[in-house]
Design a protein around this ligand. Structure first.
Ligand code: PEP
Ligand code: MG
Length: 591
């Protein structure tokens, strides 16, 4: 039966495909696609793991003391029976054969199917056996865990599946999950998923940002999606309206196929703007830069005609690594790749911004050194973390300095709130330079900039500007901290408003302060890639925008149609409004 799930639209467009449920399990389940040649051995692993658990249970049975309660022996019998039921391992093998899921994922998918069947049972005793099933599956999962399921192995295999020439085009898949960590999302980037639906998240949660950077339709905060959508259901993801339509009737399917085609045509049309310089009608030149998360994203930046990288989020290099953080040389290689790929265009490398909704993985340094924070967005994140880990910070700075030999590089420091942090960071930079000199390593000149994403920085910018070459406004966090709205919390996402007069007022303050001090101001939050916002930002005097490559053509189209001088005359009135969005739409229409 057809039904709809409502959420927040975070990445535009339409995707139509079969649901792939990524269940949340008590143990961490790796998800990747196995190579066709490995299907047989993956199926075999399931049998081996099942047999290992079965023999453990059989051993337990023989060792039961004679006075052990009868229920215990009966329970072990039930576990053995569940283990050997063909609905478990044989059915999981089907997921491996038909979908090429890795063994743990296949088992988790099958658990999901069986758990639903248990939930629907009339008999209370049988219904309660679901708990036993979960325990049994968990033991098999533990038995399955092997080096082949390390994070590095999984993502490389996802990549191999995506480039499979035999891939059936009709086999589009939509990922449905309770939540997807930003790091997992990045891994899925090179996979075959054509749409995402998650139960939680907000418009600028990092998961949503990565979805947008992939330019894949996505809906987040769709509350019950992962419980109501079933494995293999047909799903339409309407990333413009924030709706997932499950088992759509034929007529709806046809309508969405038409819309999807229209979207593709529109993208093709915009792609022709690639070589057109972004200049307003009154001759103002505007820099449209790219936000990237991984070195390979630089190709997309060049492809759409970005004039540089305005934000390289390096923290993704540090995630999902099973505790093995990248050393200086590995970082240098990654940064150099970006610098070279950008062919002489400037690359802004942001130092690690972990914490809040971008934790390092469980075995990462977060766990080793720092306790859980009650309020991670206000805790030890971004520059605070780097300054607390000076050895690691200098290692990153050295890698960046070395990469700057290959082209123009700028360092961007995240979440600066006060001048003392900038001074401390500059001190570490000086030490990193000295270390490179001592080691006889080459390094180039870098400009240093601060991210303005904490209201305190915006309000005391005159004290920060003399210490930097440029600033970049992180509006995603600036909105979060100005409005006291957790950007990743779907329960308050309706209050997360880029158009809030306080946010716009701060933005204007920052742009004016930058102009007075002769420092470049850029915006690299999601706001920069929202074409609805472009006229107002131009009107405020912003001339540098950094966004996901896929957004550049859309924003460029607005820039080309705008008269910045005319827009400027309306800024004062827009900022006085209770609803600046509605007013801005009215006054800037056709300007
Ligand atoms: C921001 O906060 O606007 C920003 C660009 O940084 P991030 O989204 O990575 O926190
Ligand atoms: Mg930020």
């Amino acid at each position: 039966m057809s039904f709809q799930v409502f959420g927040i639209p975070v990445s535009r467009g339409v995707a139509i495909g079969r649901a792939v449920l990524v269940a949340s399990s008590r143990i961490d389940v790796p998800h990747f696609f196995v190579d066709p040649s490995a299907v047989g051995s993956e199926c075999e692993r399931l049998v081996v793991a099942r047999d290992r658990v079965a023999s453990d249970i059989a051993l337990l049975q023989t060792e039961l003391p004679p006075d052990a309660p009868a229920e215990l022996a009966a329970l072990l019998d039930v576990h053995l029976m569940l283990l050997h039921d063909e609905h478990l391992v044989a059915a999981a093998q089907n997921w491996v054969v038909e979908r090429r899921y890795n063994a743990s994922w296949a088992l988790a998918a099958q658990l999901e199917v069986l758990a639903r069947q248990f939930d629907e049972m009339e008999d209370a005793y049988l219904r309660e056996r679901k708990g036993d099933l979960e325990q049994v599956v968990e033991r098999v999962m533990q038995a399955l865990h092997s080096p082949d399921e390390s994070p590095e192995a999984r993502w490389s295999q996802v990549a191999s599946r995506s480039s499979d020439p035999n891939k059936d085009a009709a086999e589009e898949l939509i990922l449905v999950a309770s939540d997807i960590s930003p790091a997992d999302m990045l891994g899925f980037r090179r996979s075959i998923f054509t749409g995402f639906v998650t139960d939680v998240g907000g418009r600028t949660s990092h998961t949503a940002i990565v979805a947008r950077s992939m330019d894949i339709p996505a809906v987040v905060a769709a509350r019950d999606a992962s419980r109501t959508i079933r494995q293999d259901d047909w799903v339409i993801v309407d990333g413009d309206a924030g709706i997932a339509i499950v088992d759509p009737p034929q007529i709806v399917l046809e309508e969405y196929r038409f819309r999807r085609r229209q979207g593709e045509l529109e993208r093709e049309r915009l792609a022709r703007l690639r070589h057109t310089p972004a200049i307003t009608l009154d001759g103002q030149s505007v820099a449209l830069l790219a936000n990237i998360e991984q070195p390979q994203d630089a190709a997309a930046a060049i492809e759409v005609g970005a004039v540089g990288v305005g934000l390289y989020r390096t923290e993704f290099l540090f995630m999902n690594r099973g505790g093995q953080l990248p050393g200086e040389d590995e970082q240098y290689e990654a940064y150099r790749k970006v610098v070279e790929a950008m062919q002489g265009l400037p690359v802004t490398i942001r130092t690690i911004d972990i914490g809040a909704d971008k934790p390092l993985d469980r075995m990462g340094l977060n766990e080793l050194r720092h306790e859980h924070s009650l309020n991670p967005a206000l805790g030890l994140r971004a520059i605070r973390w780097s300054l607390a880990e000076p050895v690691m910070f200098r290692q990153q700075l050295r890698a960046i300095l070395r990469a700057s030999v290959h082209g123009p590089v700028r360092i961007l420091l995240p979440m600066i709130a006060q001048a003392s942090e900038l001074r401390a960071a500059q001190e570490q930079l000086a030490r990193a330079r000295a270390q490179l000199l001592d080691a006889g390593r080459a390094f180039g000149h870098v400009q240093v900039g601060a991210m303005v994403e904490v209201p305190a920085a915006a309000l005391s910018l005159h004290l920060l500007l003399p210490l930097v070459d440029f600033v970049s406004v992180g509006t995603n966090d600036l909105i979060q901290y100005t409005l006291a709205i957790d950007r990743a919390d779907e329960t308050v996402s309706h209050l997360y408003d880029p158009w809030n007069p306080a946010v716009l007022g701060l933005l204007q303050t920052i742009i004016e302060a930058g102009a007075r001090a002769g420092r470049e101001v850029s915006v690299c939050g999601e706001m920069a890639g929202d074409p609805q916002m472009t006229p107002l930002l131009l009107a405020m005097g912003l001339r540098s925008f950094s966004m996901h490559p896929a957004r550049i053509p859309l924003v460029k189209q607005v820039v080309l149609r705008s008269d910045a001088r005319r827009l400027q005359t309306e800024v004062g009135r827009v900022l006085q409004q209770e609803d600046p969005q509605a007013f801005s739409k009215k006054v800037f229409e056709g300007a």
